[in-house]
Design a protein around this ligand. Sequence first.
Ligand code: MLC
Ligand code: AMP
Length: 497
Amino acid sequence: MPDLPIFARARSHSSAIAFRTPSTTHRYQDLLDHSALVASVLLAGTKDLEEARVALLVAPGFDYVAAQWGIWRAGGMKVPICLSATEPEWEYALTDSGASIVIVDDVSAPKIAPLCARLGVRLVEVEAVGQSQPCELPELTPDRQAMILYTSGTTSKPKGVVTTHANIQAQIESLVEAWEWSASDRIPLFLPMHHIHGIINVTLCALWSGASIEPFSRFDMQAILDRVRDDAYTLFMAVPTIYVKLIQALESAADADAERVAIVGGFARMRLMVSGSAALPASVHEKWTELTGQKLLERYGMTEIGMALSNPYRGERRPGAVGLPLPGVEIRLKSESGAIVTREDEPGEIQVRGPAVFRVYWDRPEASAECFDDDWFRTGDMAVLERGYYRIMGRLSVDIIKSGGYKLSALEIEAALLEHPDIVECAVIGLPDDTWGEAVSAAVVLKPGASLELGGLRDWSKGRLSVYKIPQRLQVVTELPRNAMGKVTKPAVRGLF
Ligand code: MLC
Ligand code: AMP
C-alpha cells in the first residue's frame, strides 16, 4: 500500500532513537506502532477520517508526534493548539476549525474537558491509546489536507493556514537539503508545538532525517544548558529572544568560570545554530559569535510558506541579512508602484511561489484570494536585495506585532482590551524591545473618573489573553491621535510612549 514518505522514511530508520528524555528513549518503530494505535482509536471502526479536524493539546515529545502521525494515518487534519492559551482562545480554534476530536495528555485533559463537554467534542487521552488494537489504515495521497495552524494577521481573529502533506514535505525537503540534516544529528526541542518553527524546522526535519530529538516542556534554560555542556546536540534552532536570554545568562558568569567555559564549548562544537521567526539584531548575531565562535545562520519564514530565505550553510552568514531563496522557493519583490523589482537596493514586498506555499485559509475564501497576486503569495514583509543577500526591512502592516517570535494581531488585542469596563478606546502597537523584539504596548482612553495601571490591566487580561499578548506597556491618554478622516494613526501612537 502506498504510504506518505515521512512514514516510509521512519520505517527505514526503525531502530534509531527518535526521542530521548532523561528517563525514556523512543525509537522510530515505537512512533510507527503507537501512531497506528492512535489512528485506530480515532477511526473507531470507520475507514477514513476524510480530513476531519482533530485538535492536538499535548506537550512536545513522543506522545505529541505519535498523536500527530496517528491523525494523519487515520486520514485526519491536525489542528495543534497552544498549550498556554486561554479557554476563549481554545474555543475559537475548536469552533473555527470545526474540530470533532481533541487529543490531550493527562496535564491538559482536566483543563479542556469542560469546554469539550460544552461543545460536544470528543476527548481522546493519548496515554490511554496503548490499550487499543491496530486496524487497517486508509490510503493517503500527498494532496490531502494535513494541518491547520492558526496565525494572527491583519484581521482581528487568527486565521487557519491549511497545508497539504505535499506542502509540508516540500517545506521539510528544502531545509533538509539546505542545512544538510543527517541521521547523526541531535537537536533540543523547546519551542511551542503549534507553530512551524517547532513543528517543521525542528521536529519534522529531524524525523525525516532519522535524527534524534530531546524534548523540553518549555524553554528551560538551565536544563538545556546542562545538556549543551555535555555535547548533547549537533544542531540548535531558536528565536532571537532566546539568544538574547542565553547571552544574558553567559554574561552573568565570569569569563573563566569553569561551567561557563564548558557550556560555551558545547555551543562552539555544534555544527549549526539557526535563528529565525523574528529579526535577529546584528548586535546579537555579533555578540553570539564573540561569546561562542558560532556564526548564527539567520533565515526568514512564515506559517503560510514555510522557510523562504536563508543564509548559507556553507558560505558567508551575514549579520542583519536573511540570505537567498531556499531550494524550491521562488522569490520576487514587488514595489509600491506595482512593478517587479529588478535591481539591488530597491525595496519591495516579498512575494513567494513554490510547492511549499499553502493554498487557502480555512473557511475564508476572500482572505485566501486577497493574499495571492496571481500565484504569488504576498507576505506583507518588505525586503531589499543588498550585495547579493536579502535584508528584511519590516512589515507593511503596523497591526502585526512580533514578540518573542510570536506573531500577534494588534486588532485582536484591542478587541480584548475594549471589553475592560473602564476602557473607552484603545490603540495597540509593538514598540522596540531589546529582549522580546517588540513589546505589546497599549494607549488607552478611560471612562471619566476611572484610573488604570499596568499591573491592574495585566491582571485583568490573564484568562482573556495568552501571556505573550498581554500588554507590557500602558499609556493612559485623553484622546488618540487621528488623521483628517478620524482614523487612529498608529505611527503617531508611538509618540505617546
Ligand atoms: C512572556 N513574557 C513576555 C512575553 N512572553 N513578556 C513580554 N513579551 C512577551 N512576548 C513574560 C511572561 O509574562 C513572564 O512574566 C515571563 O516573561 C516569563 O514567561 P515565559 O513564557 O516563561 O517565558 P519564556 O519561557 O522565557 O519564553 C520565552 C520564549 C517564548 C522566547 C521561549 O516566548 C517562545 O517559546 N517563543 C517562541 C515562539 C515561536 O516558536 N514562534 C515561531 C512562530 S512560527 P512573569 O512576570 O510571569 O515572570 C514563525 C515562522 C518562522 O514565526 O519564521 O519561524
Ligand atoms: P508567522 O506568521 O508566525 O509564521 O510569522 C512570520 C513572520 O515572522 C514573517 O512574516 C516575518 O514578519 C517574521 N519573520 C520570520 N523570520 C524573520 C526574520 N529572520 N527576520 C525578520 N522577520 C522575520
